[in-house]
Design a protein around this ligand. Structure first.
Ligand code: ATP
Length: 368
């Protein structure tokens, strides 16, 4: 009987609980034992039944609607070192787990792929140092790893949507709607900062959905005179037509042409100094990742959870670790490491201001 474990890692995202629920139940449905690793890689490094727990059907009852992640998540520095991964391997083997599904962002999935590629040398060392038996060594020669992408940023290449992104987008739009009402009452301008790290997806889509006056995203830096003139022209035009509100959305990773960050206070200063607008800054912060998941994330996470279990059951030592993606509304498998590499290459190209390369990488299936 196979034993499949699931963990959530990196930043929490609404829909992670739906993903865990689907993986636990699908594993049990297919005749496997289901385990959860508590607190991300921290739980692997610590090990024992407190951190690597067997889960039953009813343990995930009602999880579909719940936000955050009930099995905990963490950023674990020890897992970035070989000794941490060695402990992780030992603890998985002690728990009798033979497949691991990781729901997280690109960092978590890089860790997962490294863990799998190092696996033969890790278990060799564990055997040599008598930390596992010959029998355990023979049974666990191969570790199945699979990734599902949980991140509110929607910044992973090769998938159209990450679990949590549409929930965060919905929350941001609602928050801007609230701000809009008070802006209208006082005829004020609001500069709203939204999350997304180096990716402008949340800011761009929230700006479009709320008809913001101006949007700053990392993918489109401008010199300060360019953006200041353009923003002021647009805002003045809207105001001259009787608009009482001004909403400017700033992605947290927004940068100028010289690659220095553009902060909400930079934007605030321009709106006050050049246009004389009564302007406030609203930083939405962690509200964006909290609360329940929207229906799309629940469904995406459930379908991807089922596919992740199928993928680990079908995987062999020669197949690369899969990542479960969604492409044009279909749940598909992609090679995990290629997807992570591509995501990193896009982020690097954006940071180097090489947008042509960033766009061409986004259109490319896999990098050379
Ligand atoms: P988010 O997109 O929400 O930030 P993420 O998965 O990218 O999520 P990270 O903080 O980058 O978040 O990674 C989460 C954890 O994954 C790290 O704390 C670490 O334990 C593990 N990890 C990340 N990168 C590596 C790596 N190169 N090698 C081993 N483990 C890693």
């Amino acid at each position: 009987q196979k034993a499949i474990a699931v963990m959530t890692s990196g930043g929490d995202a609404p829909g992670m609980n739906s993903n865990v629920r689907a993986i636990v139940r699908s594993a049990i449905f297919k005749g496997c034992r289901a385990f959860v690793v508590m607190e991300g890689y921290e739980g692997l490094v610590r090990g024992g039944p407190e951190y690597i727990k067997e889960f039953h059907w009813e343990d995930v009852r009602g999880w579909s609607a719940e936000g955050g992640t009930n099995i905990g998540t963490a950023r674990c520095m020890e897992f970035k070192k070989r000794e941490g991964r060695l402990l992780g391997a030992q603890h998985l083997i002690e728990a009798g787990v033979d497949a691991l599904i990781v729901c997280g962002g690109d960092g978590s999935l890089t860790g997962a792929d490294l863990f799998r590629s190092e696996w033969p040398s890790l278990i060799e060392e564990l055997l040599k140092t008598d930390r596992i038996s010959q029998e355990q060594y023979e049974r666990m020669k191969h570790l199945n790893i699979c990734g599902t992408v949980g991140s509110i940023d929607n910044d992973m290449s090769t998938t159209d949507a990450t679990i949590g992104a549409y929930s965060a987008l919905d929350r941001i739009c609602k928050a801007i709607d609230y701000v809009e009402a008070t802006a209208n009452s006082h005829s004020r301008a609001f500069v709203v900062e939204v999350m997304g790290r180096n990716c402008g997806w949340l800011a761009l889509l929230a700006g479009i959905a709320t008809s913001a006056d101006y949007i700053f995203i990392p993918e489109k830096p401008a010199t300060s005179s360019e953006w200041q003139d353009q923003m002021c022209d647009i805002v003045s035009k809207h105001r001259s037509r009787g608009k009482r509100t001004t909403i400017v959305v700033v992605a947290e990773g927004a940068i100028g042409a010289d690659l220095t960050p553009i902060s909400p206070s930079d934007v605030h200063k321009v709106l006050v100094d050049r246009l004389g607008l009564d302007t406030r800054i609203t930083t939405l912060g962690h509200v964006q990742r909290g609360g329940t998941a929207v229906a799309y994330d629940r469904i995406l996470a459930t379908l991807q959870g089922l596919e992740a279990v199928n993928a680990v059951l079908e995987s062999s030592p020669d197949t690369p670790s899969p990542l479960i993606a969604v492409n044009e509304n279909k749940i598909v498998r992609k090679p995990l490491m290629e997807s992570v590499k591509l995501t990193k290459a896009v982020a690097e190209a954006i940071q180097a201001k090489d947008f042509k390369r960033a766009m061409s990488l986004r259109d490319t299936e896999f990098i050379e």
